[in-house]
Ligand binder design. Sequence first.
Ligand code: 4NP
Length: 158
Amino acid sequence: MKVLMVCLGNICRSPLAEGILREKANGKGMDLTVDSAGTAAYHSGERPDRRSQEVAKKHGIDISGQRARQFERSDFEVFDRIFVMDPSNYDNVVSLASNNKEAKKVELILNKLYPGKDLPVPDPYYGGRDGFENVFRMLDASCEKIIEEIKTNGLEGS
Ligand code: 4NP
């Protein structure tokens, strides 16, 4: 099973989502590939935002090795599930899908917690440190749900 996390810049939200999901999967001995990307290329090649690195570290997760990259069409072939952080990411990613099967791989991550509500993980880039802690909590709870779902549906390793 391969999961991709997507936000706008791939330096704040999706690197946290990647780190959290990988940590949870490793902790349970699950065979999960996790990556992240941004719909924009502004920060390609950069490490996660310092504030994302700090909040992750505070919760025992090291995301300093990640480097930002832009989402590309071929990601639809590589990944089984694509979780986006907000409705704008959703529109941008789905607009690159070649068919319905690819479009159906894309899902708003907070719909794992609040089904059908289409809520955004707020972009913390221009805010303070509280915003990053808030985002961490939302993503932690969402990733817990994703892990439960994958275990239940038995898609591990596929
Ligand atoms: P992210 O946050 O999408 O969570 O990585 C952002 C990072 C950078 C910018 C916007 C959002 N930016 O405009 O540079």
